[in-house]
Structures are given as C-alpha cells and as structure tokens.
Design a protein around this ligand. Sequence first.
Ligand code: FAD
Length: 407
Amino acid sequence: DDGVVVVGAGHGGLSCALALREEGWSGPVTLIGDEPHPPYDRPPLSKRVLVDPASAGSITLADGESLARSEIRLVSGRVERIDRAARKVLLVDGTRRGYDHLVLATGAVPRTLPDGLPGARAVGVQPIRTLDDALAVAALLEDSDDVVVLGGGFIGVEAAAAIAISGRRVTLLEKLDALLPRVAPQPLADWVAAHLAGLGVDVRTSTIATAVETDASGRVTAVRDSAGGRHAARLVVLGLGALPASGLAEAAGLRVDGGIVVDGQLATADPQVSAIGDCAVQIRGDGSRHRYESVQAAQDQGRHVARRLVHPATAPYDEVPWFWSDIGPSTVQLAGRMDLARRTVVRGGPGSGSFSLFGYDGEALVGVAAVDRPRDYLAGRTLLRKGRSLPATVVADESADLRALAR
Ligand code: FAD
C-alpha cells in the first residue's frame, strides 16, 4: 500500500504531497511524475529559460532527497492505467502501486497544429509545456534569427517578448482580433499589443498560419498566413493553449467534461479519487464551472485536498483565482474573473505603462488586472477575497488609497 498516491509531480502534485505532511498525515505519500526532472517551477519556461537555458539549474522546487526527508516517495514513471476496483495504479514499466486515496494532478497537454496543415510536424515547430520543451526552444534559437510565435495567449506573448529582447525578429499571429483573448479586458489587450510592438514584435491579429514551409532536412523555413503573408522562420513557437490531461481518468470511468469533473471538495464521483490543477474542472453546488490554469490554483487545490484528507470537515474550496505574467520587463497581475466584467474602470494611464483595471458586474467587483501596479492589484485581490466591492467612482479617483479602503 502506497498511501496517498499523487499522479503528476508538477505544481499541484508537489504542493499536495508537501501539505499532507504539514497537515499531519502520517501514512505513506507517493508522488509519481513522468518528466525526467524533479519537480520544477513552470512559469520561467516561457520567460527566462528559453533565452537563458543555464537558468534552468535554478528552477528546481524539490528533489528526491529533500522529499525523502519529508517522507514523500518520489517515483519516476508514467501511470498508464487506474484500476479503481482494486485501488491500484499501473505504471508503464509494469509496476503497480496501491492507494488509499488517489490524487490526479496530471496538468495539461499543449495543443498542436492540425494534422492537415502542411508542415505541421516540421522540425522547429515547438510547444512550451515542459522543461525539455523550453530547452528544445533554446537550442533551436541558437541558429534562428527569425521566429514566428503562433497564439497570443500568455505563453505566446511572454515567449515573443523574451525572444524579441534577445535580438531576434519575431512575428506573432493570433487568430482572434485581440491578444490574450477571453482573459484580458480590451484596454489590457491593447496595452499588450503596443508593448510587444515596442519590443519589436510584429503582431498580427485575426490571422492564422495556413502552412509551414520546410527545407530539405525538414526544418521550418517560413510560415504562410491567412492574410497572404509569408514570414521567414527557423523556429515556430506554439502558444495555442492546452487541453486538460484527463485521459487516465476518462479511461477509468470518471466523468470528464472539459477537465476531470470534481465537486466543491475537489473530489470526483469516486470518493477515493480527487483531481486538482490544470487537469480538473470544479463544478460547484450552484452549477458554476471553475478551471484556472495557474500556479496558485494548482497549489491551493493541492493544499485543499491534503487538508480535507486530514480534516474531513474542511469547508469547500472557493479560493479567488489569481495569476501573474512577465511580458518582457513588465508584470501583469490578474485576480478574480475579469471575463465576467461588464464594465471596466481604469486607474492610471495605459500610456504610462502602469495602470490597473477594475471589472464590475453591476455594482459587484468581479476582477482586477494590473500592469506594474502591485498596490492596486493587492487592494483588488483583498476586496475580492472578502467578497466586498468599492464604488466605481472611488476606484476611478487616483488619489484614493485603495489598500487602506480594502483593509
Ligand atoms: P503541471 O505543473 O503541468 O504538472 C503536471 C505533471 O504531471 C507534469 O509533470 C506531467 O508530465 C505529469 N503527468 C501527466 N500525466 C502523467 C502520468 N500519466 N503519469 C505521471 N505523470 C504524469 N501560471 C501562473 O500562475 N503564472 C505564470 O506566469 C505561468 N506561466 C506559465 C508558463 C508556461 C510555459 C506554462 C506551460 C504554464 C504557465 N503557467 C503559469 C501555468 C502553470 O504552470 C500551470 O497552471 C501549473 O503548472 C498547473 O499545475 P498542475 O500541477 O496542474 O500541472
């Protein structure tokens, strides 16, 4: 019996394993990860690591030895099947692990280009999800003066900024008519586009790749787009989003609907199986759906499951989601649900490179986004956590001390 078995040694899995010990869980804890590296910090991959691969040496979060000191067994391998009736997981190498409780923390899998797109599998077409992906990008960058980034989500814009700053020519194509689609309110999306342009990135919205051209060796040479453009490229970075890694759960008969479905306690319909982080979608009692791809969500959910296993009466999980991104020299922070905002109040000037946006649905504050304005962001996050709002007129007044008002 391997006690609590956690599948996936990323941000969520690691935090769950560590929190089990902090909460006083005395049984065995087994953390199974399929990457050839001990648990590491994922956000730097699309920011620093791809242009400074040596920095990968400093992103390790825990290694086998430090985990062993907390009596957490780190197992290297890929789980290929769950036998819920026998309460066992089967690894690709043929070993089996029995569990009292199973935590699925398998993360997400990056979207790739459609198979039918010419050159979709060319050498030099590379997503960024894992450390090995980021190191592959770094290696390709060595002989790439021209780079195309496909997708204007956070990973795409971060990578475009970092690569442009390193001196390469970068073109970014985004299918929709604005960057950071669905997550950023218009003033933020506009600022990101202007910021990238200022760093030298050629940003083209409402444009998709239609073909990847290659040389005789199969390496990418250019990308053709839907607007008739042709962009030289020796490297194509894919920032097309990611899909929840829910295959294991689905094959085990657990409900999957845009993620492994979990309830307010992050439990699946099988009380012996929980799911956390990018692979999970929480459907709360009121029917609302919650799935956030962020370090905070994965870690907080990992801690929640640990707490609930030790203290079954723990209140349901309802943390306010938050997220940050470094786009070149600027830091963007978001909290709450900007996607639900019907009206946005701006503090400061986007032109000055430091501003914040408070999103309202009626009188209720639903989200905050800030560029290099940590004080406004923290005030907004505090208000959201407390379920409080401030009148839009107060927020719009630059002289108002929001931190004091949020306290
Ligand atoms: P992951 O951290 O992805 O961990 C899942 C692990 O499970 C992986 O190691 C995977 O290989 C492993 N696994 C999957 N299936 C199996 C199996 N069958 N057997 C064994 N192991 C398995 N968030 C932020 O908040 N801020 C940022 O700036 C930010 N930047 C990001 C930059 C990049 C390039 C990426 C990819 C993500 C970024 N994110 C950022 C998102 C954040 O990293 C994720 O939301 C977070 O890592 C989710 O944690 P997780 O534990 O759910 O999944």
